[in-house]
Design a protein around this ligand. Structure first.
Ligand code: KG4
Ligand code: ZN
Length: 393
């Protein structure tokens, strides 16, 4: 069945809207990207060294209507045609967008001046993430659903990351056909989780971080060293220089937290604190920064790899999916590929294509399609969709 999905992502500091055309059923469908627009707020959050929720919300509210307009234009679905909007509709939209008055005006202008596009489904991230940020996307989806009479499916952001990792953009615009049970390692700014998947939609969390998420640890360590947000790519660049130059360790005994614990949980705050003690009161040279970045990245990667390998053995896994913003790390990719090639030569490992590692709305369309095809939990009424910052898989 062909279907056009409009997807919306606002869980953190990227506002993103896509239009994806699907042909076939999940998980064997072909996906064609008709329109895609993304606006990152990274520059704005830089001075806070992390995401500032009130600003994230305001910026999403400013961005969504222009992003949608751009996306519709790109998909050649933006047709100028004036529409009659009844006062009841107008009031309803105002009540849905009640928390975002700035968005209401531009929203009404867009729908008043354009024909209803041929969209079959709206997929929106409803969690996990920053709740004020999530609400902007959810309210926007509800307002569109009301005006254009389109069903909405709420999507779990982490499920989006899992799907992004198996979506083959370069080859055939399809999802890789994976073998279950599959293990997903989700590593992002807010999450560090090992998810055992019996099938699509059947997930069991077998391990998670007890304190900081991996991405958060990268961001905090970067901040300690005076590097800009987001810290992951900055640390990655410095660490790679340190390896090229074969620099001696800055601190050769950084902890590998919970490496030998019997469970599959993680902890990264102790590692971050160890870095803080190691550099406290010191004037760091660029060489020092490179060495610290490398020592830290080594410690993180070793823990992630060994814990994942232990779970692979425990559950007889044939396929590992690594997803989330931190999976953009070149070093983590290399180490996983090399490490598993040696110890588990038959294991399939999937990483997202670089453009799909960090937050985007293409992955939300994929997850929305999975839900619409009944492969995931059934959808409820649009009015009852809520943003849930702690939504879990
Ligand atoms: O998935 P994501 O875009 O947003 C969340 O859902 O959190 O992940 C963002 C996180 C940030 O903490 C960022 O520092 C990290 O991903 N990240 C990286 C790299 N690129 C982004 N961490 C390590 N190496 C990278 N190359
Ligand atoms: Zn994410």
């Amino acid at each position: 069945m062909e279907m056009k999905i409009l997807s919306i992502e606002t869980s953190a500091d990227e506002s993103a809207v896509s239009i994806v055309e699907t042909d076939g059923e999940f998980p064997t469908a072909t996906y064609t990207l008709l329109g895609n627009s993304l606006r990152t707020q990274i520059e704005m959050h830089r001075e806070y060294g992390g995401i500032f929720p009130a600003m994230a919300r305001r910026e999403h509210a400013k961005a969504l209507v222009p992003l949608l307009q751009h996306c519709l234009e790109e998909a050649e679905m933006l047709e100028v045609e004036s529409q009659e909007i009844t006062s009841t509709d107008r009031e309803h939209i105002q009540s849905i967008l009640d928390r975002e008055p700035d968005m209401t005006k531009v929203f009404l202008e867009l729908v008043e001046n354009h024909a209803r596009p041929e969209i079959d489904l709206i997929a929106v991230t409803s969690g996990p993430g920053l709740e004020p940020a999530l609400w902007v996307g959810v309210s926007f989806a509800k307002a569109l659903a009301h005006m254009w009479n389109i069903p909405v499916v709420p999507v779990n952001h982490m499920e989006g990351h899992i799907l992004a990792s198996v979506f083959d953009v370069e080859e055939d615009d399809q999802l890789a056909q994976i073998e279950f049970p599959t293990l997903s390692l989700l590593i992002s700014g807010g999450h560090t989780e090992l998810i055992l998947m019996k099938n699509w939609g059947q997930y069991k969390k077998i391990g998670q971080t007890r304190d900081d998420a991996v991405g958060e640890a990268f961001d905090k360590v970067a901040r300690l060293m005076g590097l800009p947000y987001p810290g992951g790519p900055e640390i990655g660049k410095l660490a790679s220089k340190a390896r090229q130059q074969n620099l001696p360790p800055f601190k050769d005994d950084l902890p590998r937290p919970m490496l030998h614990s019997k469970d599959f949980d993680f902890s990264f705050s102790g590692l971050k604190t160890a870095v803080r003690y190691a550099i406290e009161g010191k004037e760091l040279t660029e060489i020092d920064q490179m060495a610290i970045a490398r020592d830290f990245e080594d410690a993180v990667t070793e823990v992630l790899l060994k814990k994942t390998a232990a779970a692979v053995d425990e559950y007889g896994i044939q396929t590992v999916i690594v997803g989330g913003g931190v999976s953009a790390s070149t070093y983590i990719r290399q180490q996983f590929n090399a490490g598993f090639l040696e110890s588990h030569p038959d294991l399939q490992i999937y990483f997202p294509t670089p453009g799909l590692s960090t937050d985007n709305s293409i992955m939300i369309a994929l997850a929305g399609h999975a839900k619409a095809d009944g492969r995931l939990s059934p959808q409820g009424a649009i009015d009852s969709i809520r943003a849930d910052g702690n939504k879990s898989l």
